[in-house]
Each structure stands twice: as C-alpha cells, then as structure tokens.
Design a protein around this ligand. Sequence first.
Ligand code: ZN
Length: 70
Amino acid sequence: MGLKPTCKEVHRLVSEGLDRDLSLVERWRMRLHLMVCDACGAFSKQMDLLRRAMQQLTIPDDAGQEPDEK
Ligand SMILES: [Zn+2]
C-alpha cells in the first residue's frame, strides 16, 4: 500500500518534473500511478503539452539553416 503514491504526490511530481529532473524512483512511482489512474494520466499529458510549448518558445529560430558537417 505504502509503495503507491497518492494522486496528490503524483501531481506534485509532475509539476516538479517541469523544473528539475526527477530521480529514477520518483519517475517509477509516477509511471506506476499513471498506469492505473486516468485523472493523473490526463493531468500529466496536459503538463507535457505545456512543457513542449514552453520549449518551443525558447528554441531559437534557426529553421532553414543547414547543420554543420564536419
Ligand atoms: Zn491519480
């Protein structure tokens, strides 16, 4: 019983995952919970979309440039 994180803990981990790298154990607990909890799965998906959107905002616009070949 104690091994399973609560929804509250998973929400916290998902949020913290945006700011820092989660430990292997934290990621495992989160993933296990997401497999059995639809609500947290939806929450995690939303946060993932948000993170990707934020990353795209910070990526410099270098479209059209050829990658250097060395
Ligand atoms: Zn949950």
